[in-house]
Design a protein around this ligand. Sequence first.
Ligand code: ACO
Length: 328
Amino acid sequence: MYQTRIAGTGSYLPERVLTNFDLEKLVDTSDQWIRERTGIERRHMAAPGQTTSDLAYEASQRALKAANMSADDIDMIIFGTVTGDQLMPSTACYLQKKLGCAKTPAFDLAAACSGFVYSLTIAEHFIRAGTYKTILVVGAEVLHNFVNYKDRETCILFGDGAGAFVVTRAEKNDANVILSSHLMSVASLADLLVLPAGGSKQPITHEILDQGGHYMKMKGREIFKNAVQTMSACCEETLKQNNVKAEDISWLVPHQANFRIMEAVAERFGFPLEKVVNIVHEMGNTSAATIPVAFDTAVRDGRIKRGQLILLTTFGAGLTAGSMLLRY
Ligand code: ACO
Protein backbone atom coordinates (compact mmCIF):
# COMPACT_ATOMS: atom_id res chain seq x y z
CA MET A 1 0.00 0.00 0.00
CA TYR A 2 1.52 3.31 -1.13
CA GLN A 3 0.43 6.85 -0.45
CA THR A 4 0.02 9.64 -3.00
CA ARG A 5 1.48 13.13 -2.97
CA ILE A 6 0.76 16.06 -5.26
CA ALA A 7 4.05 16.70 -7.03
CA GLY A 8 2.93 19.72 -9.07
CA THR A 9 -0.10 21.64 -10.26
CA GLY A 10 -0.85 23.76 -13.33
CA SER A 11 -3.73 25.61 -14.90
CA TYR A 12 -4.66 27.51 -18.02
CA LEU A 13 -7.49 29.87 -18.92
CA PRO A 14 -7.86 30.94 -22.55
CA GLU A 15 -7.16 34.58 -23.43
CA ARG A 16 -10.59 35.51 -24.82
CA VAL A 17 -12.83 36.98 -22.09
CA LEU A 18 -16.63 37.32 -21.94
CA THR A 19 -17.71 39.85 -19.31
CA ASN A 20 -21.10 40.40 -17.72
CA PHE A 21 -21.33 43.58 -19.80
CA ASP A 22 -20.85 41.52 -22.98
CA LEU A 23 -23.73 39.27 -21.84
CA GLU A 24 -25.96 42.32 -21.24
CA LYS A 25 -25.83 42.76 -25.03
CA LEU A 26 -26.93 39.17 -25.70
CA VAL A 27 -29.72 38.51 -23.16
CA ASP A 28 -32.00 40.38 -20.76
CA THR A 29 -29.63 40.48 -17.76
CA SER A 30 -27.34 42.88 -15.92
CA ASP A 31 -23.87 42.89 -14.46
CA GLN A 32 -25.39 43.63 -11.06
CA TRP A 33 -27.85 40.68 -11.21
CA ILE A 34 -25.11 38.24 -12.25
CA ARG A 35 -22.66 39.44 -9.60
CA GLU A 36 -25.27 39.41 -6.80
CA ARG A 37 -26.75 35.98 -7.71
CA THR A 38 -23.53 34.17 -8.69
CA GLY A 39 -20.40 36.20 -7.87
CA ILE A 40 -19.26 35.83 -11.49
CA GLU A 41 -17.77 38.83 -13.31
CA ARG A 42 -16.16 37.26 -16.37
CA ARG A 43 -15.43 33.93 -18.00
CA HIS A 44 -12.78 32.79 -20.46
CA MET A 45 -13.57 31.30 -23.86
CA ALA A 46 -11.40 29.10 -26.05
CA ALA A 47 -10.51 30.67 -29.38
CA PRO A 48 -12.10 29.18 -32.51
CA GLY A 49 -10.26 25.93 -33.19
CA GLN A 50 -8.75 25.77 -29.68
CA THR A 51 -9.75 22.37 -28.26
CA THR A 52 -10.14 20.90 -24.79
CA SER A 53 -6.89 18.96 -25.24
CA ASP A 54 -5.11 22.20 -26.26
CA LEU A 55 -6.15 23.83 -22.97
CA ALA A 56 -5.22 20.67 -21.07
CA TYR A 57 -1.81 20.58 -22.75
CA GLU A 58 -0.97 24.07 -21.41
CA ALA A 59 -2.11 23.17 -17.89
CA SER A 60 -0.26 19.83 -17.99
CA GLN A 61 3.01 21.44 -19.10
CA ARG A 62 2.76 23.86 -16.18
CA ALA A 63 2.01 21.02 -13.74
CA LEU A 64 4.97 18.98 -15.04
CA LYS A 65 7.26 22.00 -14.70
CA ALA A 66 6.05 22.58 -11.13
CA ALA A 67 6.70 18.89 -10.38
CA ASN A 68 10.14 19.13 -11.96
CA MET A 69 9.20 16.21 -14.22
CA SER A 70 8.78 15.54 -17.93
CA ALA A 71 6.14 13.68 -19.95
CA ASP A 72 8.43 10.61 -19.82
CA ASP A 73 7.72 10.32 -16.09
CA ILE A 74 3.95 9.86 -16.60
CA ASP A 75 2.62 6.31 -16.25
CA MET A 76 -1.07 7.10 -16.87
CA ILE A 77 -3.37 9.98 -17.89
CA ILE A 78 -6.86 10.39 -16.41
CA PHE A 79 -8.85 13.21 -17.97
CA GLY A 80 -12.05 14.52 -16.34
CA THR A 81 -14.22 16.14 -18.99
CA VAL A 82 -17.70 16.15 -20.51
CA THR A 83 -16.73 18.44 -23.41
CA GLY A 84 -13.88 16.53 -25.03
CA ASP A 85 -12.39 17.24 -28.46
CA GLN A 86 -14.60 14.54 -30.05
CA LEU A 87 -16.92 11.77 -28.84
CA MET A 88 -14.24 9.29 -29.82
CA PRO A 89 -11.40 8.72 -29.04
CA SER A 90 -10.83 9.95 -25.50
CA THR A 91 -9.47 13.47 -25.23
CA ALA A 92 -6.82 11.92 -22.97
CA CYS A 93 -5.45 10.19 -26.10
CA TYR A 94 -5.07 13.52 -27.91
CA LEU A 95 -3.41 15.03 -24.85
CA GLN A 96 -1.06 12.05 -24.71
CA LYS A 97 -0.14 12.62 -28.36
CA LYS A 98 0.55 16.33 -27.74
CA LEU A 99 2.65 15.59 -24.66
CA GLY A 100 4.50 12.79 -26.45
CA CYS A 101 4.17 10.12 -23.76
CA ALA A 102 3.95 7.26 -26.20
CA LYS A 103 2.26 4.27 -24.59
CA THR A 104 0.82 5.28 -21.24
CA PRO A 105 -2.79 4.23 -20.66
CA ALA A 106 -5.01 7.28 -21.16
CA PHE A 107 -8.75 7.67 -20.71
CA ASP A 108 -11.52 10.19 -20.05
CA LEU A 109 -13.79 10.18 -17.05
CA ALA A 110 -17.27 11.71 -17.33
CA ALA A 111 -18.62 12.94 -14.00
CA ALA A 112 -19.38 16.50 -15.14
CA CYS A 113 -18.15 19.08 -12.61
CA SER A 114 -17.10 16.29 -10.24
CA GLY A 115 -14.81 14.87 -12.94
CA PHE A 116 -11.59 16.07 -11.35
CA VAL A 117 -12.24 14.78 -7.82
CA TYR A 118 -13.44 11.45 -9.28
CA SER A 119 -10.30 11.26 -11.48
CA LEU A 120 -7.96 12.14 -8.63
CA THR A 121 -9.60 9.45 -6.49
CA ILE A 122 -9.00 6.82 -9.19
CA ALA A 123 -5.40 7.96 -9.62
CA GLU A 124 -4.86 7.67 -5.87
CA HIS A 125 -6.18 4.09 -5.94
CA PHE A 126 -3.86 3.06 -8.81
CA ILE A 127 -0.90 4.51 -6.92
CA ARG A 128 -2.03 2.97 -3.66
CA ALA A 129 -2.18 -0.48 -5.29
CA GLY A 130 1.34 -0.02 -6.66
CA THR A 131 0.19 -0.38 -10.29
CA TYR A 132 1.52 3.04 -11.35
CA LYS A 133 3.90 5.51 -9.77
CA THR A 134 3.11 8.85 -11.43
CA ILE A 135 -0.23 9.89 -12.92
CA LEU A 136 -1.31 13.05 -14.74
CA VAL A 137 -4.82 14.02 -13.65
CA VAL A 138 -6.60 16.66 -15.71
CA GLY A 139 -9.88 18.54 -15.49
CA ALA A 140 -10.59 20.55 -18.64
CA GLU A 141 -13.62 21.79 -20.54
CA VAL A 142 -14.60 23.89 -23.51
CA LEU A 143 -18.18 24.46 -22.41
CA HIS A 144 -19.06 27.51 -24.47
CA ASN A 145 -19.95 25.40 -27.54
CA PHE A 146 -22.76 23.78 -25.52
CA VAL A 147 -24.17 26.98 -24.06
CA ASN A 148 -27.25 28.62 -25.55
CA TYR A 149 -26.45 32.34 -25.55
CA LYS A 150 -30.18 33.05 -25.75
CA ASP A 151 -30.87 31.33 -22.40
CA ARG A 152 -30.07 33.86 -19.67
CA GLU A 153 -30.22 31.29 -16.87
CA THR A 154 -27.34 29.17 -18.21
CA CYS A 155 -25.24 31.45 -20.43
CA ILE A 156 -24.15 33.64 -17.53
CA LEU A 157 -22.62 30.70 -15.64
CA PHE A 158 -20.18 28.79 -17.79
CA GLY A 159 -16.62 29.29 -19.09
CA ASP A 160 -13.68 27.32 -20.48
CA GLY A 161 -10.47 26.30 -18.73
CA ALA A 162 -8.08 23.53 -17.71
CA GLY A 163 -6.25 22.38 -14.59
CA ALA A 164 -3.83 19.52 -13.98
CA PHE A 165 -2.14 17.74 -11.09
CA VAL A 166 0.89 15.47 -11.35
CA VAL A 167 0.46 12.95 -8.52
CA THR A 168 3.09 10.47 -7.53
CA ARG A 169 3.97 7.75 -5.01
CA ALA A 170 5.01 9.38 -1.72
CA GLU A 171 8.16 8.52 0.21
CA LYS A 172 7.53 6.37 3.28
CA ASN A 173 7.59 9.15 5.87
CA ASP A 174 6.00 11.85 3.74
CA ALA A 175 3.03 13.38 5.61
CA ASN A 176 1.92 15.49 2.62
CA VAL A 177 -0.41 12.96 1.02
CA ILE A 178 -4.00 12.42 -0.07
CA LEU A 179 -5.80 11.24 3.07
CA SER A 180 -9.21 10.12 1.84
CA SER A 181 -12.03 10.79 -0.57
CA HIS A 182 -15.78 10.23 -0.51
CA LEU A 183 -17.82 10.10 -3.69
CA MET A 184 -21.55 9.91 -4.27
CA SER A 185 -24.06 10.04 -7.08
CA VAL A 186 -27.77 10.67 -6.52
CA ALA A 187 -29.74 8.76 -9.19
CA SER A 188 -33.03 10.57 -8.60
CA LEU A 189 -31.39 13.89 -9.59
CA ALA A 190 -30.00 12.77 -12.97
CA ASP A 191 -32.20 15.13 -15.00
CA LEU A 192 -31.38 18.41 -13.26
CA LEU A 193 -28.61 19.30 -15.71
CA VAL A 194 -28.51 17.65 -19.11
CA LEU A 195 -26.99 17.92 -22.55
CA PRO A 196 -29.61 15.82 -24.32
CA ALA A 197 -28.42 15.39 -27.92
CA GLY A 198 -25.48 13.58 -29.43
CA GLY A 199 -25.75 10.25 -27.61
CA SER A 200 -27.67 7.02 -28.23
CA LYS A 201 -30.89 8.48 -26.80
CA GLN A 202 -31.07 11.48 -29.12
CA PRO A 203 -28.71 11.16 -32.09
CA ILE A 204 -28.05 14.46 -33.80
CA THR A 205 -30.49 15.31 -36.60
CA HIS A 206 -31.30 18.61 -38.28
CA GLU A 207 -34.53 18.69 -36.30
CA ILE A 208 -32.76 18.16 -32.95
CA LEU A 209 -30.30 20.95 -33.79
CA ASP A 210 -33.18 23.29 -34.71
CA GLN A 211 -34.68 22.54 -31.27
CA GLY A 212 -31.36 23.32 -29.53
CA GLY A 213 -30.91 19.76 -28.22
CA HIS A 214 -27.14 20.26 -28.34
CA TYR A 215 -27.26 22.90 -25.59
CA MET A 216 -27.13 22.38 -21.81
CA LYS A 217 -30.46 22.56 -19.99
CA MET A 218 -30.70 23.06 -16.28
CA LYS A 219 -33.07 23.38 -13.34
CA GLY A 220 -31.01 26.03 -11.55
CA ARG A 221 -32.88 26.39 -8.29
CA GLU A 222 -33.04 22.60 -7.74
CA ILE A 223 -29.33 22.25 -8.48
CA PHE A 224 -28.52 25.02 -6.03
CA LYS A 225 -30.38 23.32 -3.18
CA ASN A 226 -28.99 19.85 -3.87
CA ALA A 227 -25.45 21.16 -4.44
CA VAL A 228 -25.38 22.58 -0.92
CA GLN A 229 -26.86 19.39 0.57
CA THR A 230 -24.58 16.90 -1.23
CA MET A 231 -21.35 18.86 -0.78
CA SER A 232 -22.10 19.39 2.89
CA ALA A 233 -22.86 15.67 3.36
CA CYS A 234 -19.60 14.64 1.62
CA CYS A 235 -17.59 17.13 3.70
CA GLU A 236 -19.18 15.92 6.94
CA GLU A 237 -18.39 12.31 6.05
CA THR A 238 -14.79 13.19 5.18
CA LEU A 239 -14.20 15.11 8.40
CA LYS A 240 -15.80 12.37 10.48
CA GLN A 241 -13.81 9.53 8.94
CA ASN A 242 -10.55 11.40 9.42
CA ASN A 243 -11.44 12.63 12.89
CA VAL A 244 -10.74 16.18 11.76
CA LYS A 245 -12.59 19.36 12.75
CA ALA A 246 -13.45 22.20 10.39
CA GLU A 247 -11.03 24.50 12.26
CA ASP A 248 -8.13 22.11 11.49
CA ILE A 249 -8.51 22.80 7.77
CA SER A 250 -6.42 25.55 6.20
CA TRP A 251 -8.36 25.90 2.94
CA LEU A 252 -11.65 24.71 1.51
CA VAL A 253 -11.43 24.45 -2.29
CA PRO A 254 -15.00 23.95 -3.49
CA HIS A 255 -16.33 23.53 -7.01
CA GLN A 256 -16.62 27.07 -8.36
CA ALA A 257 -20.21 27.21 -9.64
CA ASN A 258 -21.76 30.07 -7.73
CA PHE A 259 -20.35 32.07 -4.82
CA ARG A 260 -23.64 31.71 -2.91
CA ILE A 261 -23.34 27.90 -3.06
CA MET A 262 -19.79 28.06 -1.63
CA GLU A 263 -20.96 30.49 1.03
CA ALA A 264 -23.86 28.20 2.05
CA VAL A 265 -21.58 25.14 2.31
CA ALA A 266 -19.03 27.08 4.37
CA GLU A 267 -21.77 28.37 6.68
CA ARG A 268 -22.96 24.81 7.39
CA PHE A 269 -19.51 24.04 8.86
CA GLY A 270 -19.07 27.31 10.63
CA PHE A 271 -16.17 27.62 8.21
CA PRO A 272 -14.76 31.16 7.76
CA LEU A 273 -15.21 32.56 4.26
CA GLU A 274 -11.62 33.92 4.27
CA LYS A 275 -10.45 30.31 4.15
CA VAL A 276 -12.53 29.43 1.08
CA VAL A 277 -10.58 29.61 -2.18
CA ASN A 278 -12.88 31.56 -4.46
CA ILE A 279 -12.00 32.55 -8.03
CA VAL A 280 -15.48 32.18 -9.50
CA HIS A 281 -15.55 35.93 -10.29
CA GLU A 282 -12.63 35.38 -12.66
CA MET A 283 -13.73 32.30 -14.61
CA GLY A 284 -17.35 31.27 -13.90
CA ASN A 285 -18.15 27.57 -13.83
CA THR A 286 -15.56 25.63 -15.85
CA SER A 287 -16.99 22.27 -14.70
CA ALA A 288 -14.23 19.65 -14.11
CA ALA A 289 -11.58 22.39 -14.37
CA THR A 290 -12.72 24.57 -11.48
CA ILE A 291 -11.05 22.74 -8.59
CA PRO A 292 -7.60 22.22 -10.16
CA VAL A 293 -7.60 25.80 -11.50
CA ALA A 294 -8.64 27.26 -8.12
CA PHE A 295 -6.14 25.05 -6.29
CA ASP A 296 -3.27 25.93 -8.65
CA THR A 297 -4.11 29.64 -8.46
CA ALA A 298 -3.95 29.51 -4.66
CA VAL A 299 -0.65 27.57 -4.73
CA ARG A 300 0.92 30.08 -7.09
CA ASP A 301 -0.29 33.18 -5.19
CA GLY A 302 1.01 31.70 -1.92
CA ARG A 303 -2.28 31.00 -0.15
CA ILE A 304 -1.92 27.20 -0.25
CA LYS A 305 1.38 26.09 1.25
CA ARG A 306 3.09 22.71 1.73
CA GLY A 307 1.97 20.95 4.91
CA GLN A 308 -1.49 22.55 5.02
CA LEU A 309 -4.65 20.48 5.36
CA ILE A 310 -6.95 21.09 2.37
CA LEU A 311 -10.54 19.98 1.78
CA LEU A 312 -11.82 19.72 -1.79
CA THR A 313 -15.54 19.41 -2.41
CA THR A 314 -17.56 19.18 -5.57
CA PHE A 315 -20.93 18.53 -7.20
CA GLY A 316 -21.99 18.22 -10.80
CA ALA A 317 -24.53 16.86 -13.25
CA GLY A 318 -25.60 13.34 -12.38
CA LEU A 319 -26.01 14.48 -9.63
CA THR A 320 -22.44 13.56 -8.74
CA ALA A 321 -20.66 14.88 -5.67
CA GLY A 322 -17.56 14.25 -3.62
CA SER A 323 -14.97 15.47 -1.14
CA MET A 324 -11.28 14.83 -0.69
CA LEU A 325 -9.02 15.59 2.26
CA LEU A 326 -5.33 16.01 1.60
CA ARG A 327 -2.22 17.43 3.17
CA TYR A 328 -0.45 19.46 0.51
N1 ACO B 1 -30.54 37.84 -15.39
C1 ACO B 1 -31.62 38.41 -14.85
N2 ACO B 1 -32.64 37.70 -14.32
C2 ACO B 1 -32.54 36.35 -14.36
C3 ACO B 1 -31.44 35.71 -14.93
C4 ACO B 1 -30.43 36.49 -15.47
N3 ACO B 1 -29.32 35.98 -16.01
N4 ACO B 1 -31.63 34.37 -14.82
C5 ACO B 1 -32.80 34.19 -14.20
N5 ACO B 1 -33.38 35.40 -13.94
C6 ACO B 1 -34.66 35.67 -13.28
C7 ACO B 1 -35.61 34.51 -13.28
O1 ACO B 1 -36.31 34.43 -14.50
C8 ACO B 1 -36.49 34.83 -12.10
O2 ACO B 1 -37.47 35.75 -12.50
P1 ACO B 1 -38.96 35.66 -11.91
O3 ACO B 1 -38.81 35.86 -10.43
O4 ACO B 1 -39.65 36.75 -12.60
O5 ACO B 1 -39.43 34.28 -12.27
C9 ACO B 1 -35.55 35.53 -11.13
O6 ACO B 1 -34.41 35.96 -11.92
C10 ACO B 1 -35.06 34.66 -10.00
O7 ACO B 1 -34.71 33.40 -10.52
P2 ACO B 1 -34.11 32.25 -9.63
O8 ACO B 1 -33.99 31.02 -10.49
O9 ACO B 1 -34.85 32.15 -8.34
O10 ACO B 1 -32.68 32.84 -9.32
P3 ACO B 1 -31.59 32.25 -8.39
O11 ACO B 1 -31.28 33.17 -7.32
O12 ACO B 1 -31.87 30.80 -8.05
O13 ACO B 1 -30.31 32.23 -9.37
C11 ACO B 1 -29.05 30.69 -10.67
C12 ACO B 1 -30.33 31.49 -10.57
C13 ACO B 1 -27.90 31.67 -10.73
C14 ACO B 1 -29.08 29.87 -11.95
C15 ACO B 1 -28.91 29.77 -9.42
O14 ACO B 1 -30.09 29.04 -9.23
C16 ACO B 1 -27.76 28.81 -9.53
O15 ACO B 1 -26.60 29.20 -9.55
N6 ACO B 1 -28.05 27.50 -9.55
C17 ACO B 1 -27.01 26.49 -9.66
C18 ACO B 1 -26.64 26.32 -11.11
C19 ACO B 1 -25.38 25.52 -11.28
O16 ACO B 1 -24.48 25.55 -10.46
N7 ACO B 1 -25.29 24.80 -12.41
C20 ACO B 1 -24.14 24.05 -12.72
C21 ACO B 1 -24.25 22.66 -12.23
S1 ACO B 1 -22.73 21.90 -12.06
C22 ACO B 1 -22.30 21.11 -13.45
O17 ACO B 1 -22.22 19.91 -13.47
C23 ACO B 1 -21.95 21.84 -14.68
